[in-house]
Design a protein around this ligand. Structure first.
Ligand code: BGC
Length: 745
C-alpha cells in the first residue's frame, strides 16, 4: 500500500505527465520513443524534456562511443570501476553484496551522467555453452530473484534506472536475433520469469530490456503476450520497456504493444521502426496516436522518477565514479565470489612465510579481461590480474617465476567495435557504421560469419598445438623447481563472448593436456581458473586443489592472493552445476541448444540441478557447492507451520574449525507424493552466515505458501497442494545435512 503522501505525489506526477503529453506534437512524441544516437533517445528541448542517456552494464559503465558510429570516442575520462560479473556476484550468495554492487554501478553510471544502466543480466543459464553466461547469474530462478531485487534497489537509489535484461529467456547467442523458442507456459512461469517478476514487483525496476529472441513465434520486443499480458497486466509494471539494440522488427506490432523505446545498432535513426515508418502508419490511420502516447507516458514517468523532470530536479544525485570506496566494496565481492571446488591434504591455503620460490603457470595469470565480452566490455581504471595480485601480496623477497604455459593466439583489436556488425555482416566495413539489410540476408550472413569463426578456431588449433610443445616443456621444468606451483588457466572473452556460443565445454588451448602433465610431475599443483561458465575437468580426481573464479572485477588479483595465502577464507558457492562432460547436459541430449531457427525447450523445468537430480547423473561439482578452509556442522532443525500456510524453520550452524569463515546454508523443498510432476527438489531459501572459529549461530527462515507452489497451466496460476513436503537443509544441493517434514493444509 502506498502512503498517502506518495499516492498524492503520484497523482500530481501523472497529471503533469498528461499536461506534457497534450503539449507534444506527433513528431516530438515520435522523437522520444526511438534512439537519436546509439545510446540516447530523442529530446524535446522546446518543453525541457531531456534525452535519456543509456550505457552498458553490467560490469561497469561502458566507455563512450561516437553518436552514430561503433567507434570509441577515444576519451580519457571514461575509465571506470570494473565490477565482478553477475556470475561472480551470484557465487557470493550474498544479498547485501548484491545491493552494494548495484549501488556502485548506479553511482558510477550517474557519475558518468547516465540515466539508464543496461544491467543486470539475469537470464537463466540453460546450457553451459551460452556465450553470455558470464553476464548472467545462475541456473536457478530463486537465487536470481533473491539477488536481482537488492541489486536493482542499489542501482536506483542513485537516481539512475536499472534496465533488467533480457526479457525473456534469452538463452543462446546462436541466431540470437531470429531464434524462436518454443516454451510451455509452466516452464516460462516457473523458470524463466520469476527473477524478472521479482525485479519488477519487489525491486521496482524502472526499466526492462526486451530480448532479441522470439518466444513461441513472436519477437520479445513486439510480443503482446509478454509485454502487455504478463509484464503490464499481471505484474503491474509501469516503467519503460527498452528494446535490445535492433530487437524491433515490425512497426505495427511494436507500436501496438508495450515497447516504449526502440534502440538499435544502426545509425539511420529516422528509419527506426518507431520513427518515420510509424509516422506514416499513423498518418494513414492504421495506428492510433494513443499507442504512442502510452509510450511517451512511460518515458516521462521514468524521467520524473529519476528527477530528470519535475520539482525534485535540483535534488537529483550526482553520483561518483572511481571513488576508493567502490574499490573496497568490489574487493569484498570478489573475495566472496571465488569458489574452492576441491582442497585435499590442506593444499590450500599456502603459508606465504614458507614459500621462497613460487612458480605461476598459465596465460590467465597475466591476462586482463575487462575490455572484452561484447557489450559488457569496459575501460577499467585498473585491473589486477592474478599474477600481479600474488606478487603484490608476497613482495620482493619471494622469487616468483612466471611462465605462460599454453599458447593463446593474439586477438586483433579493431577501431570499429564488433557491435557494428553484430546484427549483420557487412563486408568492407571500416567506418563502424552498421548497415541495414533484410532479415533473411542478415541471418544468412550471420550464419556465414559463424562458419568462418569456427573455421578460424580449427585453423588456430594447429598453431596452438605447435607452439604448446615448447611452452609445455618450459612449464614442466618450472614446476619441478619451486616450493609451490599455481596454475592459472580458464577462459577469456575470445572464447566466451556476446554474439556466439562456445563450441564445446573443454578448456581451450590444450590446457587439459598441460594440466595432466603437471599433475604427473607434482600432485600439489594448485589449479585455479578464471572463466565465466563451466568447463570439463577430466583430471579432477587427480587434483588436490581447485579454485574457480568468475570474472571478478578490478580487484581479482588481490582477492585471489588473499584466498591463496589464507588471509581470506573462501565462501563462494556455485550458482550453476559443473557437469562432468557436456554430453551430460539435457540440452546436449535433446539437441535443442545452439540451433538456428527454432529450439524446442523440451526439457521444460528440467535443466541445471533439476535435471541431474531427476536423472541421477552425478555432476563434477553440483549446484551450491563450495568449500571453506574451516568446517561447518548443521544441527537442530525445527519446523513450525503457521496457520498451515507459512513454515518457519530454524537450525544451527557451527564453525567447527580453527578459523573464521562464512557458510551459505541452502533450503530445498522436495514434495512428497506430489499431485503434479515436480522437480525432486528446488531451492527456496538460503542464508549466508559468518562465524568465528568455534561459534554457532541459529538461522531462522520462513517459507511462504508460494514457495510450495507450482504453476498450473489450466488455472493459469500458482497453486500449492496440501500435504507433506520434505524440507532439506544443506551445504549444497547434494550435501544435505538436515531433513524435516512440513505439512501444508
Ligand atoms: C546487447 C545488450 C546491450 C545492447 C547495447 C546488445 O547487443 O544484447 O545487452 O545492452 O547491445 O549495447
Amino acid at each position: 500500500m502506498l502512503k498517502k503522501k506518495d499516492s498524492d505525489n503520484n497523482k500530481k506526477r501523472e497529471k503533469e505527465i498528461e499536461r506534457l503529453v497534450k503539449k507534444l506534437t506527433l513528431d516530438e512524441k515520435i522523437a522520444m520513443i526511438h534512439g537519436a544516437s546509439l545510446f540516447r533517445s530523442g529530446a524535446v528541448e522546446r518543453l525541457g524534456i531531456p534525452a535519456i542517456e543509456t550505457s552498458d552494464g553490467p560490469m561497469g559503465v561502458r566507455a563512450e562511443f561516437m553518436d552514430d558510429r561503433w567507434i570509441l570516442a577515444g576519451n580519457q575520462d571514461d575509465m571506470v570501476s570494473y565490477l565482478p560479473s553477475n556470475s561472480a556476484l551470484a557465487s557470493t550468495w550474498n544479498t547485501e553484496l548484491a545491493r552494494d554492487m548495484g549501488h556502485v554501478l548506479g553511482a558510477e553510471a550517474r557519475g558518468r551522467g547516465k540515466d539508464v544502466i543496461l544491467a543486470p543480466g539475469i537470464n537463466i543459464k540453460r546450457d553451459p555453452l551460452c556465450g553470455r553466461n558470464f553476464e548472467y547469474m545462475t541456473e536457478d530462478p530463486r537465487l536470481a530473484a533473491a539477488l536481482v531485487v537488492p541489486f536493482v534497489k542499489g542501482v536506483q537509489e542513485n537516481d539512475v534506472a536499472a534496465c533488467v535484461k533480457h526479457f525473456a529467456a534469452n538463452v543462446q547467442e546462436t541466431d540470437r536475433s531470429m531464434v524462436d523458442e518454443e516454451i510451455d507456459e509452466r516452464t516460462l512461469y516457473e523458470l524463466y520469469l520469476p527473477a524478472f517478476k521479482a525485479a519488477v514487483q519487489e525491486g521496482k525496476a524502472y526499466s526492462i530490456m526486451g530480448a532479441y529472441n522470439k518466444i513461441n513465434g513472436f519477437h520479445c520486443c513486439e510480443n503482446k503476450r509478454l509485454l502487455d499480458g504478463i509484464l503490464r497486466e499481471e505484474w503491474g509494471f509501469d516503467g519503460v520497456v527498452i528494446s535490445d539494440w535492433g530487437g524491433v522488427h515490425r512497426t505495427k506490432e511494436a507500436a501496438e504493444c508495450s515497447m516504449d523505446l526502440e534502440m538499435s545498432v544502426y545509425p539511420d535513426f529516422d528509419e527506426y521502426k518507431l520513427a518515420n515508418p510509424l509516422k506514416e502508419l499513423i498518418q494513414k490511420g492504421e495506428i492510433s496516436v494513443e499507442a504512442v502516447d502510452a509510450k511517451v507516458r512511460n518515458l516521462l514517468r521514468l524521467m520524473y522518477r529519476l528527477k530528470m523532470l519535475g520539482p525534485k530536479k535540483e535534488s537529483r544525485k550526482a553520483g561518483a565514479y572511481n571513488v576508493p570506496a567502490h574499490r573496497e566494496r568490489i574487493l569484498r565481492a570478489a573475495q566472496e565470489s571465488m569458489i574452492l571446488l576441491k582442497n585435499e591434504k590442506h593444499t590450500l591455503p599456502l603459508d606465504a612465510r614458507k614459500i621462497k620460490k613460487l612458480t605461476v603457470i598459465g596465460a590467465n595469470a597475466a591476462k586482463l579481461h575487462s575490455d572484452g565480452g561484447g557489450s559488457a566490455e569496459i575501460k577499467a581504471l585498473y585491473e589486477i590480474c592474478p599474477l600481479a595480485g600474488l606478487k603484490m601480496y608476497l613482495g620482493g623477497s619471494t622469487e616468483v617465476k612466471y611462465v605462460e604455459g599454453y599458447y593463446v593466439p593474439e586477438e586483433l583489436k579493431e577501431a570499429e567495435n564488433w557491435q557494428a556488425t553484430s546484427l549483420d555482416e557487412t563486408e568492407g566495413l571500416e567506418t563502424g557504421q552498421a548497415v541495414r539489410t533484410d532479415e533473411a540476408g542478415d541471418q544468412e550472413r550471420n550464419r556465414k560469419g559463424e562458419e568462418e569463426r569456427l573455421a578460424k578456431i580449427e585453423r588456430e588449433k594447429a598453431e596452438i598445438h605447435q607452439k604448446n610443445e615448447q611452452l609445455f616443456a618450459q612449464a614442466i621444468e618450472a614446476a619441478k623447481d619451486a616450493d609451490a606451483v599455481i596454475f592459472v588457466g580458464g577462459m577469456n572473452h575470445v572464447v566466451e563472448c556476446e554474439g556466439y556460443d562456445r563450441p564445446d565445454m573443454k578448456l581451450p588451448y590444450e590446457q587439459d593436456v598441460l594440466i595432466e602433465e603437471l599433475l604427473k610431475v607434482r600432485k600439489d599443483v594448485i589449479l585455479t581458473f578464471v572463466g565465466g561458465s563451466p568447463v570439463e575437468m577430466p583430471w579432477r580426481d587427480q587434483a588436490q586443489a581447485i579454485l574457480w573464479s568468475y570474472y571478478a572485477g578490478m580487484e581479482t588479483g588481490n582477492a585471489f592472493a588473499k584466498i591463496i595465502f589464507g588471509e581470506v577464507n573462501p565462501s563462494g558457492k556455485l550458482a550453476e552445476t559443473f557437469p562432468v562432460k557436456y554430453e551430460d547436459c539435457v540440452t546436449a541430449k535433446n539437441g535443442q541448444f545452439g540451433v538456428w531457427g527454432k529450439i524446442a525447450m523440451e526439457e521444460g523445468l528440467y535443466c541445471g540441478y533439476r535435471y541431474y537430480d531427476r536423472q541421477r547423473i552425478a555432476p563434477a561439482f553440483c549446484f551450491g557447492h563450495g568449500l571453506s578452509y574451516t568446517n561447518f556442522e548443521y544441527s537442530s532443525l525445527t519446523l513450525k507451520a503457521e496457520k498451515g500456510k507459512n513454515v518457519k524453520l530454524t537450525f544451527s550452524v557451527k564453525n567447527t574449525g580453527k578459523c573464521a569463515g562464512a557458510e551459505t546454508a541452502q533450503v530445498y523443498i522436495a514434495p512428497i507424493a506430489a499431485q503434479a510432476d515436480r522437480p525432486d527438489k528446488e531451492l527456496k531459501a538460503f542464508a549466508k552466515v559468518e562465524l568465528g572459529a568455534g561459534r554457532t549461530k541459529k538461522v531462522s527462515l520462513t517459507l511462504k505458501q508460494e514457495d510450495f507452489a507450482y504453476f498450473d497451466e489450466h488455472l493459469h496460476k500458482f497453486i500449492a497442494d496440501e500435504g507433506d513436503y520434505e524440507i532439506l537443509v544443506g551445504a549444497s544441493c547434494e550435501d544435505i545435512r538436515l531433513r524435516g517434514i512440513a505439512t501444508l493444509s
